[in-house]
Each structure stands twice: as structure tokens, then as C-alpha cells.
Design a protein around this ligand. Sequence first.
Ligand code: SF4
Length: 400
Amino acid sequence: MTESGHPGFALNLLPHLLSWQDREGVVVFDGEGRLFSLYHGDSLYRRGLDGSVQRTRRVPTDGHLVRSHRTLDDREARFVFTVAWEWAKALEATVRESKSPAFAGQSTEGLIKRLRQVLGYTPDVLFQERERFSALYKPVSVLPPDQYMALVVQLTHGCPYNECIFCDLYQDRSYHVKSPTELKQWLPALKKFLGRTLGMRKGIFLGDGNCLALPARGLLPLLEIVNSAFDGDAVRDKGVFSFADTRAVVRKSREELSSLARAGLKRVYLGLETGSQALLSFLRKPGSRDEQIESVNRLKAAGLQAGVIFMTGIGGRRFAQEHITQTVELIRSLPLGPGDLVYLSRFYAIPGTPYAQEILDRRIELLGDKEVDDQFEQIRSAIRQEGVKVAPYDLGGFIY
Ligand code: SF4
């Protein structure tokens, strides 16, 4: 490991990353040499494992600087890859020619070796990495914001329900459960693809939308296979995480949930969306309000943490008052405590979904921005449980 602070630049060389900072910006490559991020000009560019590139910058909005995210098209992504590659090339030349003691001895050789790996990832090779990713993964549609650096292990693909009227996350795939044999073949290929990048990943997230829908007798053997594949890897230290719907949780006994906790499961994220039973029914969300409460009770009794997700603005004007009142009432009734999370996600109707059709047919009237902000504040300020973190769930910043 080498870390060098030096007038004009800062270098960090670790097994799982190489970063360089100077007056031009900051560039980070993963342990295999693939571009991870580039801070240049007024923008941060992040490249996901899936090969997509997202640009984030602050733009003035209503007198404030607000973060704006955008996924780049291929031409723009190639430009970013080229800037980073040329930077690495110039850096390699600088290191070779430098008499600076910062590059003395072993670290110089190590740095040049790593930079050569980086230079092997030309823009064309980085584009080809997308195919390697697609051969391994179905698209990773979403993760909770605290899990963006988790390693996604797709024990299942899609959502077994797929009928909530606002959701299109997994409409592109049928629900599939990997067999133990399939999983045992998939995990070594995943580890090979990740290489030293695995060291950047914190925790294991079980994909996709509702892995806990699997009965415990099917899930536990798969978890054991995952645990043994990553035995000794730091990625397991943070724990194992998953989305679930409330019914998937209440169908499991306390003993089954405790077994999952002993197998490493740490926190389960439940898309509760609202505390209003009428709105839940309108959204065709699986599970009742009673099941919402019961599912959190069961998780907590089994020693698991809960991440509960609600949406602000959903249901429009028709459900607005009931949504706020009953969501607040629900949250207050949940046994949340330290380690638990409440996410408030601003709802946007996705074109093509039945919910968007409800708007077009004028059965739902959208709320204004200020009204949605007020919903966020009213729900946030009503959370009284000590030690519970409340945060916005900003889908715009997601990249895997
Ligand atoms: S249960 Fe979750 S993932 Fe499945 S359709 Fe509903 S919101 Fe989407």
C-alpha cells in the first residue's frame, strides 16, 4: 500500500483501487484497472460495474445548488473514458521520468505495473466490459441508498408479484430462482469478473426485488453457498441485505427468520409505500396494513434490522390527507430503533405504468412540488423513535 501526499498531487495505491488527485481533478481506477470515477471540471463521472456512466454536478435551482444526475450516452461515455485513459498515460510518463522520492523504490514499480493495467482498459475495452457484465447479471434495477456499494448477488431475478401499478422495475424479466448448481457455477464467474474490485464492495445484497419470497428451506442453502464462496472476504463483514414484501416476511416463522439472521442476514428493506390501506389497495401492493406492522415486529423479534420505505406524493390529491395521517400513525406504531432506517422516496409516475394511465384518465391528480415537500416534512418530523435514521431515497443517484 502506498499513500503519497506531495505538493501538487495526492496518490493512493491500494490493492482494490488506485486514485490520483492533482489540480486537474481526481481519477479513481478499481483494483483491476477499470475506471471507477473521474472528477473533472464541474462534474463527477461514475462508471458502474454495468459499464454505464453517470454524471453528477450541482446546478443552481431556486437560489440553491442542487445535485443533478444524468446517465451519459455512448458518445459522452467514450469522451470520459478517453480523458481518464489519457490522464493515466500522462501519469505513467510522469512516474517513469520523475526523480521524485514519492515514487522511489518498490512503490514506483508497483505504480507503473498498476498503470499498465489501467492502460489495458482502453475506451473500447471498457465498452466490452458491458458484455461481460450482461453475461453475468440481469440489470440491477435499484438498491437502497446505503447499499450502493454492496455486492449484488442475484439469487433470484425479478419480482414474483410484479403487479404494483406504479412499478416497472422488473417488467423486463420473469421471476427466476437460481438452483444451487446454477449458483455454484455463477459465483466463481462473478468473483473472476470482480477480481480485486471485490475489495471496494461493502456487504452483500441479495437480488432482485424480493429474494425473501423464497421459503426459508430454499433460501438457507443458497445463503450457505454464498457464505462459503465469500468466506474470508471482507465483503461479508458488513452483512447480508435484501428487499422483501411484507407477506414474504409474515409467512416466515420467528425461528426461520432467526436462522436467516444467523446465516448473516442483517437488514431487510420493505417497500411499505404508505400507511393507508385504501391507498395500498389502489396501488395493488401486496400485503395489508396489519401485515406491515407484523412484518416489522417479526424482523425485530428475530434480531434483524428493518429499512422501511415510504413514498411521498403517491396517490396524489385524492389520497393526500389519508396518506400523511396514516403513514405517520403507522411509523409511530413500528418498533424501530438504532440500526433501522426510514426512507422517504419522492414518487414519480413512470410512463407506461397503470399508475400513469390513472393520471391520464384524471382519476389521480398530481400534487405540486411544494405539497410533496410538505408531505416529506410532515412524515419526517413525526418519527419519534430514537436512533432511527430518516433519509430521502434519491433514485437519481443510483448506479451499479
Ligand atoms: S412488490 Fe416491489 S418490486 Fe414487485 S411490483 Fe411491487 S413494488 Fe415492484
